[in-house]
Design a protein around this ligand. Structure first.
Ligand code: SF4
Length: 434
């Protein structure tokens, strides 16, 4: 029986796709093993968000080759899609399978299990169908991801993803709900809907949107929590927020990608909102979900970002008071408009700005968490960490409880007693929530 091993770089969409491909191999009689084991086939699901992601993808391909120099190596995902010739030239690569046709990966592996180099990726810009990758069960997790959307039409000036993933395509609502039911039957109580630009869900279908999907998922027996992955802010208009405020199982956590708190910078980034638009969305969410956690992505050092523009971003971060932020230093991506912009920012200035943003968001994060000290929260426990069991609240705060009990997959009410290293330390109680 042939063995196949997977390595996933990048986002939750990639994680979902890896799980789906692993299931296809298993159904065809292959054994899935760890990436550090000797395997007949290695599949590297790559990312290309930054040049660092490309480098890491190349490193992992070389690592696979070292594990078994006769292995058949399949490289898939975004880096394989946008740089297929470059990837095909890496020693040991047998199959380059971009960001589509992964549902046929086993056929390709069977068919081409001879030493010959094949480039399977083709132009993705005219792809309008949703790649039919599905999952019946997730291994070793309490939370399941479900991919509901593919592609992006936004073309932010710094981003390579629309070229890697193609135009927006939505998975049929019934299909998503059926997979949600299958995962509920497999024992999952929490699902996270993921996509490349999840805010566009349904725009290519015309008769439903993301809010309709959430309302339908709310009715699935066995599911207790529904999460959304990172979402672009502009979908969250007043009507949308009002509609989803009735979705009882929706977790009160929204990761709203901001990127910059300065209108001039946002315009050069080709983002389609102003800071006032963004702030109104934050206020709307806080009005409907009082315990909501709003987290974000911030990019520092975008070409032409002056000290004044950066100061505006800092002031806006303080005004919004995010629960947490991912901070990125702008990284040039060949093939994007921003790569040729003037006034590229030196790396030492990017590093300095990144540090300042971290200091601000560390403070706002702590302020957010302190509001919950002494409250009781429902926690879904996931894994043991030393003498503690670790889990997440609905609004995605990390909680640790000292216990010898096995709590994986269980919900408990926890009193949040103190904060240590960004997590709550608490104890299990039976009281009502704050
Ligand atoms: S919205 Fe912008 S940053 Fe997000 S995937 Fe699309 S182009 Fe990239």
């Amino acid at each position: 029986m042939k063995k196949v091993a997977f390595y996933t770089l990048g986002c939750k969409v990639n994680q979902y796709e890896t799980e789906a491909m692993a299931e296809l191999f298993e159904k065809s009689g292959y054994t899935v093993c760890d990436f550090d084991e000797f395997a007949d086939i290695y599949v590297i699901n790559t990312c290309t968000v930054t040049s660092m992601s490309d480098r890491k993808s190349r490193q992992i391909i070389r690592r696979a080759k070292k594990m078994n120099e006769n292995a058949y190596i399949i490289v898939t995902g975004c880096y394989a899609q946008v740089a297929q010739d470059e990837v095909a030239k890496i020693e040991g690569v047998n199959l380059v399978l971009g960001a589509k046709d992964r549902d046929k990966i086993v056929t390709f592996a069977d068919e081409y299990f001879k030493e010959q180099l094949i480039v399977k990726s083709s132009d993705i810009s005219y792809t309008h169908t949703f790649e039919p990758l599905t999952i019946g069960e997730f291994k070793s997790r309490t939370r399941a991801y479900i991919k509901v959307q593919e592609g992006c039409n936004q073309f932010c000036s710094y981003c390579i993803i629309p070229y890697a993933r193609g135009p927006i395509r939505s998975r049929d609502l019934d299909d998503v709900i059926n997979e949600t039911k299958r995962l509920a039957n497999a024992g999952f109580t929490e699902v996270t809907y993921v996509g490349i630009h999840i805010a566009s869900y349904g725009l290519d279908k015309k008769n439903y949107d993301l809010a309709d999907l959430l309302c339908a998922a709310d009715k699935v027996d066995g599911i207790k929590r529904i999460r959304l992955s990172s979402i672009e802010p502009m979908t969250l208009n007043a009507d949308f927020i009002k509609k989803i405020s009735g979705v009882k199982k929706l977790c009160h956590h929204f990761h709203l990608s901001l990127q910059s708190g300065c209108d001039e910078t946002l315009k050069r980034m080709n983002r389609k909102y102003t800071v006032d638009d963004y702030y109104n969305i934050v206020l709307g969410l806080r009005r409907h979900f009082p315990d909501v956690a709003i987290t974000t992505d911030i990019m520092v050092g975008f070409p032409g970002e002056t000290e004044e523009e950066f100061s505006k971003t800092c002031a806006f971060l303080e005004k919004v008071s995010f629960s947490s932020a991912h901070i990125f230093q702008y990284s040039r991506r060949k093939g994007t408009p921003a790569d040729s912009f003037e006034n590229q920012i030196p790396s030492e200035i990017k590093a300095k700005r990144s540090k300042i943003v971290k200091e601000i968001t560390d403070i706002t994060r702590l302020e957010f968490m302190e509001k919950f000290i002494g409250c009781d929260a429902e926690v879904l426990f996931e894994q043991r960490v030393g003498g503690y069991f670790e889990g997440k609240t609905g609004n995605y705060m990390n909680v640790l409880v000292k216990t010898d009990a096995e709590l994986s997959g269980q919900y408990k009410t926890v009193r949040l007693e103190r904060i240590k290293n960004g997590s709550f330390i608490g104890k299990i109680v039976n009281n009502n929530y704050c």
